[in-house]
Design a protein around this ligand. Sequence first.
Ligand code: FAD
Ligand code: NAI
Length: 477
Amino acid sequence: MSTPKQFDVVVIGAGPGGYIAAIRAAQLGFSVACIDEWANAKGGPAPGGTCTNVGCIPSKALLQSSEHFEHAGHAFKDHGIDVAGLSLNLPQMLKRKDVVVKQNNDGILFLLKKNKVAFFHGRGAFGAAVEGGYTINASGPTTDTLQTKHVIVATGSNARELPGAPFDEKLILSNTGALTIEGVPAKLGVIGAGVIGLEMGSVWRRLGAEVTVLEGLPTFLGAVDEQIAKEAFKLFTKQGLGINLGVKIGKVTPGKKDVTVEYTDAKGEAVKAVFDKLIISIGRTPNTNGLNAEAVGLKLDERGFIAVDDDCKTSLANVWAVGDVVRGPMLAHKAEEEGVAVAERIAGQHGHTNFNTIPWVIYTSPEIAWVGQTEQQLKASSVSYKSGTFPFMANGRARALGDTSGMVKFLADATTDEILGVHIIGPMASELISEAVVAMEFRASAEDIARICHAHPSLSEATKEAALAIDKRSLNF
Ligand code: FAD
Ligand code: NAI
């Protein structure tokens, strides 16, 4: 056997958790290797993980393209722009999405190289615990044995299958198939009204599909502030998304060209629905496949996540795990924050991830974004709070944009005025939420935001006005 290649840190997985951890560790002076097995259509390396290849990036590319299509067909007219002969070129839309993905893959390869991270294309698996660390086998186009003191596992997650309805990516689609449907399905079924269901359902509805979403829970977007979720339900159903809550899915039967879903609706009535395609988006499961965790005794928790403490330390000395493969929200920016924090801890610094200020965004139209506590959480924990809302309808920039749906909502401590949560449904909520995140990181009060000068006309004035509304002193509503 050849002598193992020596590194200070080996990262398994080059999704947002892994590649960012590798870069930060390299910046801190360590010799770093990063192993990732994702392959593009030509078999070449495609770092970036779920996020870049079949998640955040391609879904946002299609959300943008489909929104342009919808605007060209509907909203442009109101702006005095008449479009004649509008038609959809779906192959071009999908091709553009693939180009965007490739640009991101290439960008990550460039960044790894720039930071002198040794990249291995293939599967990384634990070999053995050895004196001073671990051996890791990287097997792909080439087979290498690496030896390292520290290991960071960032192997991500996979789509959860519905029992009895395995993904075939032709009729029964995971997020992977949902991003590559070659013709707009006349009838699209979606099981699960979570983030993927709503984002991908929106894409295909905008492109012309009749979309029926089947959700098991009786409530819509349970993790979202109730007032915002109620508004979202109203707006999405008005757009034409058919959202059915409280259903119980029965048999799913794929045919030659369509798929039949038998379910019981909220009233208890049996329904048989036939769809041209079915997306199943009922959550994701941690991925530890092929990691050979058993070889070193790496502990998983009862749900299959790698067990970690608050600092992302696993059950083994100098083995760390970050991102979707560990507890906490399955979000790219959460994975990145953990990756940076772990690299800094390895360097003896005090890396930190603040779970209370991780923003969430759902990229529907309007977008939904929030940070901190919801009103229902504050009620449940008996915190006394004040609430202030401001509708985009009363915001000049939103009127100029022609996008006035939704609101900004502030929740602040009744005594100290500290901001406890900010919830937005409306245009560019994904960008607006950053101000709230910064404010909460600095433990700002609602009054702080209310007194800061915001540019006019801008959507961010709605944020200031919602902060003013905490004390019932909105100026424009
Ligand atoms: P991953 O991105 O899953 O990366 C893990 C990598 O490890 C993969 O490349 C995998 O091939 C590799 N790997 C696994 N095992 C091995 C092994 N043994 N050897 C070598 N390589 C291995 N999050 C957001 O924040 N914003 C969004 O807008 C958003 N949109 C999403 C849309 C969709 C459709 C989906 C499915 C997810 C979305 N997410 C979004 C979630 C986001 O993609 C994940 O939270 C994020 O990718 C997790 O990063 P990670 O590094 O932990 O894992
Ligand atoms: P999700 O957890 O967001 O939603 C799953 C939904 O399916 C829930 O509403 C759940 O009640 C429902 N469900 C579960 N089992 C069911 C069943 N048997 N029948 C009917 N309904 C059922 O999961 P989703 O949408 O698959 O996304 C996975 C994760 O990916 C998200 O939680 C999020 O972390 C990440 N993601 C983030 C995005 C973003 O940040 N914008 C976009 C897309 C995904």
